[in-house]
Design a protein around this ligand. Structure first.
Ligand code: MSP
Length: 470
């Protein structure tokens, strides 16, 4: 049987246009998906948009549109941007899809029948920006720390609650005990520790319905209430497979998300699945944020850089490289146009582009013939990608690039002749092939161009891969 691999991104809220914060997550998922396809696995890569809830309803109202029309419009801009970045997902899920809605209702009903849902009075704070119930202790100056510009609302209403607290012992065991049948991995380790310590303090039950949010999926047995947007949203990972008749991919091998939605993806989601009797994801990979001058890049702070802006300046692979090489893994990453420009010139125009041009020229001048050969995966690179460490994997490739460059200089290849020249060039051509091979998941078009140019037997010069920015 073919090995299967299921990778997902968060489904993005349609209150916002895509920026490079969203892009880094979707691109990471694309790189992971491409890598696993190259390993010969059957891959299902899912992304989409999250379209219900108070936040989206408010944004639609502000835009003067009906919620569904507004969702159609913004969802389209997410659907449009990914192919422009050569991101190849298999399905784009939308939570306003009628099939998704039915599946969510059926799942809530199942959990209800199982006795995990009860009615009670909710009293407390709700941050519409986060679409999240928050406790008084989480407030900073009376506001949500992630949405300091928005007033926080105090609410009191009758809701349906999910017995999240009942699952805490099972979740702790599933995270800590590798032999537990429900074991799941949280990467990086620091996030796993954070989740465990919060779980050990104790967790309150979760309200899974809203009495005054009309833009949502009705609770099947009480149509006056709508299903809490996060309960609806998380189920996209399941509904998308059912809609596509691809349940063989269940459960996910990896959910890629950022730290803002850590709790939903490492606690609430798994408790829902345990209650519904479904198997749990294998890994949740949590990355950090892009920041601009120290502040999280987000629409509400008005400091976004868009993928369109990067594409215009750096092209598809330039953009893919800059995002992956600056990936905010376990700590936030401050980005700026100046840093992107410098990195483009140093690593792509000078580093990779220059080396490829230099060696192609030497090969062409030598008039030698080079046997075609296919490289294999490097073990260290594979170890990095197994832990989703994109930047270290790229750094390794750039070490090979500078090593090859040093080799040219040390041996003064341009002065070599006969057997010595042949030996040097054969080794350099093997290096370039190895470099191109490992660049495939990251910069697929560039990798293919280099592989073609260096396929042999005759190797010729080509126009520069990444012309230097002025
Ligand atoms: N709709 C929910 C997710 C539901 S998933 C079942 C949501 N949407 S969101 O539009 O706010 O997207 C949040 C995600 O976008 C983050 O987890 C991250 O993947 C990405 N990012 C948004 N801003 C980001 C940065 N500034 N930096 C890095 N990633 C960022 O939450």
């Amino acid at each position: 049987m073919d090995k299967k691999f299921y990778v997902t991104t968060p489904i993005y809220y349609v209150n916002d246009q895509p920026h490079i914060g969203h892009t880094c997550t979707t691109l990471a998922a694309d790189i992971i998906a491409r890598y696993h396809r190259l390993l010969g696995e059957k891959v299902f890569f899912l992304t989409g948009t999250d379209e219900h809830g108070a936040k989206v309803a408010q944004a639609a109202k502000k835009a003067g549109l009906l919620p569904q029309d507004f969702c159609d419009q913004v969802s389209q801009s997410f659907q449009n941007i990914w192919p422009q970045l050569n991101i190849k997902y298999h399905y784009f899920v939308r939570t306003t899809n009628p099939d998704h809605k039915k599946i969510v209702q059926a799942m809530l009903q199942k959990i209800y029948r199982r006795g995990d849902i009860y009615q009670a009075q909710y009293q407390g704070y709700y941050c519409v920006g986060c679409e999240k119930f928050i406790t008084e202790t989480e407030l900073v100056n009376g506001r949500c720390p992630l949405h300091p510009k928005q007033k926080i609302q105090k609410q009191s209403e009758k809701n349906y609650f999910f017995k999240l607290s009942a699952y805490v012992p099972s979740l702790i065991k599933a995270i800590e005990d590798e032999s537990d049948p429900h074991h799941y991995e949280i990467i990086p380790e620091s996030k796993k520790r954070e989740v465990l310590s919060k779980l050990k303090v104790g967790v309150a039950d979760l309200s899974v319905s809203r009495a005054h949010v009309a833009w949502g999926i009705p609770v099947p047995w009480d149509e006056k209430q709508t299903i809490y947007v996060w309960f609806d949203a998380l189920l996209n990972y399941y509904s998308a497979l059912e809609i596509n008749h691809q349940k063989k991919f269940w459960p996910a091998n990896v959910h890629v998300v950022a730290k803002d939605i850590l709790w939903f993806h490492t606690v609430i989601w798994e408790a829902m699945l345990l209650s519904a009797g479904l198997s749990l994801p294998k890994t949740i990979f949590i990355h950090s944020f892009y920041t601009v001058a120290g502040q999280k890049m987000s629409k509400s702070l008005g400091n976004v850089i868009t993928p369109h802006q990067l594409l215009e300046k750096f092209g598809i692979d330039g953009t893919r490289y800059l995002i992956a090489a600056n990936f905010p893994y376990s700590s936030d990453r401050d980005v700026s146009w100046q840093k992107f420009d410098e990195k483009f010139n140093a690593d792509l125009a000078n580093g990779l582009g220059n080396l490829v041009a230099r060696i192609a020229k030497l090969c062409e001048n030598s008039q030698l013939k080079f046997e075609p050969a296919k490289p294999g995966w490097d073990r260290r690179y594979q170890k990095y990608l197994a832990k989703y460490q994109l930047e270290p994997a790229l750094k390794l490739v750039w070490q090979w690039i500078s090593r090859a460059d040093q080799q040219v200089n040390q041996n003064q290849v341009w002065q070599q002749k006969g057997a010595a020249l042949k030996k040097s060039l054969q080794s350099l051509v093997a290096d370039i092939r190895q470099i191109a091979y490992h660049l495939q998941p990251f910069v697929p078009e560039t990798a293919a161009k280099i592989a073609k140019q260096f396929a042999g037997p005759a190797i010729k010069t080509q126009p520069p891969l990444f012309p230097r920015l002025k």
